[in-house]
Design a protein around this ligand. Sequence first.
Ligand SMILES: [Ca+2]
Length: 325
Amino acid sequence: MTSDPDPIQSCCAPIRGEEQSSDALERVQCPSAERSNGQTVSKWVSLSGDEFRMGTDDRRFLADGEGPIREVSVDGFAISPNPVTNAEFDGFVSATGYVTDAERFGWSFVFKDFVTSEVERRVTQVVQGSEWWWRVDGAYWRMPEGPGSNVDDRADHPVTHVSWQDALAYCEWAGTRLPTEAEWEYASRGGLDQARFVWGDELEPEGRHMCNIWQGEFPGRNTLEDGWHGTSPVGSFAANGYGLYDVAGNVWEWCSDWFSASFHRNARRITRDNPKGPRNGSAKVIRGGSYLCHDSYCNRYRVGARTSNTPDSSTGNLGFRIVTD
Ligand SMILES: [Ca+2]
């Protein structure tokens, strides 16, 4: 067991159970290869095992346990170049009739900007301290903004409102698995040693936007300089050095590991040699940041950044990608 406090990083992707009465609403009037089932991944990115320097000594979010920088080895694996899309998740649901956690609970977390005034009238709970996250009844992956919304023109966007448990069910059906946190970071670094971002050290090299995050002032004003308010089609921005898209920004991605801010501090075989995280915990690691990340509030689109969420939580900015051995 870990002695870490329960991780609370609601600004990134809120946790089921944190929603509160909507009195707070008054305070936030918007200023602010091939798989076993025959489906195909456009191409797997095969990576041979190697050592790399994991983590970062950035000290802005100490409670996240981003450090220390440490030599970690991973075995060989193959990873999908993109997060799983709505079209791919639709294939899973159509084949299995799977019901997601958001559907079972009857609601999911939606960012305020995307809620229509009609749906807003029925919103009764928001996340305290992160009042831009609203509990929306009826929101799930096929209706990401609640009743009246759909993903008809977003087939190639990452699926959202999927819990860790939902992602695991998808993996079991597809004959794949979620990446370990070490695999995710190794693949995301794309061969760059200790770069700040997956493409290098500069956020916007030569003025170019390298990922889908937030521009302007969070959470009141998004200037949309990168072209996207919410999710973007996978592959809309440049790939990293290993040919992976959307590892930074767009949507957070589930990893298989339980979250701990301290488990990896001590150099032991289980923390350095193809690590798989603590044996148990209360929340799962998520990586990569999302379209809501902005340096003024949360710059967790850095490649060494990490946070977590509970396995049954779902939000409009949280998805996953898959790996295979
Ligand atoms: Ca954006």
